[in-house]
Design a protein around this ligand. Structure first.
Ligand code: 8YV
Length: 321
């Protein structure tokens, strides 16, 4: 009997798949950096029983049209805005994501980004490396405090709550905006639910952790940045398309807000000519929110586990619907 076929759309370490190789034929796209070509993806989807996909893979009918054996798409991310769920539903393909296992790692990165931007860590490091440290002065690279300041979290999901827990430890006042109220966070973290406009007006740090949906796309636009304090720092660790990047650039250059820490961009990857990279008050990262060795390995294992469950007729741990 032929073994079911799993295709992985990026090169991942062999040791992460060995446990599954006796029961499955597993192939992967041979490049670690370069995303799979759409043509290859469609051809593999025709042959595969399961796909392990990345956020950079666009999955819709173009890929799925002839995918007659495909039973599951396990997406290596908590977000799944790269997948057209109407199309997967039409083809009766299960879709899974990787919630929970990346929550704390992504919250760590979000908080690191907040502190790096507030305390100008990257600028300060470059300052020394470029031989500019000649003297001490009272306001040398003076940044903003986190302690006693207000953090406004937009998108109080699992990662939002984990960031709020860190903020509490740092002595911050927590406000949030979300589709639904979060009673537990309000009780345990003393977080107050506010309208989006109030959050923009009152926060010293505006942190976007909302998934990309039709409601959130472009929500941080010119009007939103205008409502923020001039001393505000904007952090985005969810999806770049939640932000109008031209409006963010203008807000920073015109002094409408003070700084930004960005792990995500509207169109990734960005090249070194991206205007936001030119600004000292902006810290940019290449979408590494969940990128610790442990977490990425656990995410891959969860994907393979979900595939294994579905291909053996059982329910996956983390279906998206
Ligand atoms: C992904 C992410 O893990 O989980 C998400 O939604 O944005 C990241 O943590 C990463 O982009 C790999 O697909």
């Amino acid at each position: 009997m032929t073994k079911p076929y799993i295709y992985i759309t990026r090169k991942i370490p062999e040791e992460l798949i060995v446990a599954y190789q006796d029961r499955y034929t597993i192939n992967m796209w041979p490049h670690e950096q370069k995303p799979v070509e759409q043509e290859t993806l469609a051809l593999e989807a025709q042959k595969a029983d399961a796909l392990l996909t990345m956020l950079s893979d666009k999955i819709d009918m173009d890929v799925l049209n002839d995918a007659e054996n495909l039973k599951i798409i396990a997406n290596l991310a908590v977000g799944y805005d790269n997948i057209n769920l109407e199309d997967t539903k039409r083809k009766e393909i299960t879709v899974t994501n990787t919630p929970d296992v990346l929550t704390e790692t992504t919250a760590d990165l979000t908080f690191a980004l907040l502190l790096s931007t507030a305390r100008r860590i990257v600028e300060a490091s470059d300052f020394i490396k470029n031989g500019k440290w000649q003297n001490w002065s009272p306001f040398l690279l003076a940044g903003s405090d986190a302690y006693n300041k207000t953090i406004g979290i937009v998108g109080m999901g699992r990662i939002g709550e984990a960031v709020a827990r860190r903020a509490k430890g740092f002595g911050m006042n927590i406000i949030y905006h979300n589709r639904t109220r979060k009673g537990q966070a309000e009780e345990e973290l003393n977080a107050s639910y506010v309208s989006f406009d109030t959050l923009l007006a009152e926060s010293d740090f505006v942190v976007c952790l909302a998934p990309l949906t039709p409601e959130t796309r472009g929500m941080f636009n010119e009007q939103a940045f205008r409502k923020m304090k001039q001393s505000a720092i904007f952090i985005n660790a969810s999806r770049g398309q939640n932000v109008d990047e031209d409006a963010l650039y203008d807000a920073l250059v015109n002094g409408e807000i003070k700084g930004a820490g960005l792990d995500v961009f509207a169109k990734e990857p960005i090249g070194k000519e991206h205007p936001l990279l030119k600004l000292d008050q902006v810290v940019c990262l290449p979408h590494i929110g969940s990128s610790s060795t442990d977490t990425r390995s656990t995410m891959i294992d969860l994907c393979l586990n979900n595939i294994d469950l579905v291909l053996s007729g059982r329910k996956p741990h983390t279906p998206v619907l």
